[in-house]
Design a protein around this ligand. Structure first.
Ligand code: NI
Length: 245
């Protein structure tokens, strides 16, 4: 159930029974030669909507303008600063609480959102907040390993590309049929949460935008499987959040 497609009397009735909401967070940034600009937002939104149908929750409009400064040397990337994103999340949370929402579940699709989301969540009382990225659920993570192993990589992952193939469109792999360069364990550790360098250097280092991810391994069938697992995990975890108070 989408909040933007509801009426106020419907939300009024809903709030009296279960005052919970799912807020998808993504990005607007390059995802390699065969990944869509909106990949992170699409994945979070589709999974959130799937889970919301099961648990009969509202899904807030996706927050898709987020920090991705390292990708701004690639066309199509629109990044906002971390302080602005954090302030926006705080105000959205404040608005939800003022409306009477007591449980807010952020379903995230972009690594760089995590730190500011966590800081924004700390600022508020009277509301139970959970923040999870869709790839973190055990069942989803196991599938990522099974399907792609190390080739999942860090950016333009075959998992996220597979989900957008299942929901939107498949772009032929072209030059991305060739595997990207492998990342060292040290690189992965140092750049966790999208802590990448300045945009020009980042593009120089990863010229086609893939960061250790072999996007061409993606297929829509895997996308449907990954999405199904993520939807179930989110539905379970959302109910768990509702039961936490
Ligand atoms: Ni992504």
């Amino acid at each position: 159930m989408r909040l933007d497609l509801a009426t106020w009397p419907e939300v009024d009735v809903y709030l009296k029974s279960v005052p919970g909401i799912i807020v998808p967070t993504g990005s607007t940034e390059q995802h390699g030669p065969m990944g869509l600009i909106g990949t992170d937002a699409i994945c979070a939104q589709q999974i959130a909507e799937g889970a919301a149908d099961i648990v009969e929750a509202y899904v807030a409009p996706t927050i898709a303008y987020t920090p991705a400064p390292f990708n701004t040397a690639f066309p199509g990337t629109i990044s906002v600063s971390e302080p602005l994103f954090e302030a926006l999340v705080k105000e959205i949370l404040g608005g939800l609480v003022q409306q009477g929402f007591k449980f807010v579940y952020f379903l995230n699709g972009h690594g760089a959102n995590l730190a500011p989301l966590k800081r924004a969540a700390q600022s508020l009382e009277g509301v139970a907040i959970r923040i999870r990225s869709w790839w973190e659920y055990d069942t989803v993570n196991a599938l990522r390993g099974e399907f792609y192993g190390d080739w999942e990589g860090m950016h333009a992952t075959p998992s996220e590309v597979a989900i957008t193939q299942a929901t939107h469109r498949t772009i032929s792999s072209g030059s991305a049929a060739t595997p990207p360069k492998k990342l060292s364990a040290e690189y992965i550790r140092k750049h966790m949460g999208d802590r990448h360098g300045p945009p020009d250097r980042h593009r120089e280092q990863f010229p086609d935008g893939r960061v250790g991810s072999h996007s061409a391994l993606a297929n829509p069938e895997n996308g449907r499987t990954l999405m199904g697992a993520a939807i179930k995990a989110l539905a379970d975890d959302y109910l768990n959040l509702l039961g936490s108070n």
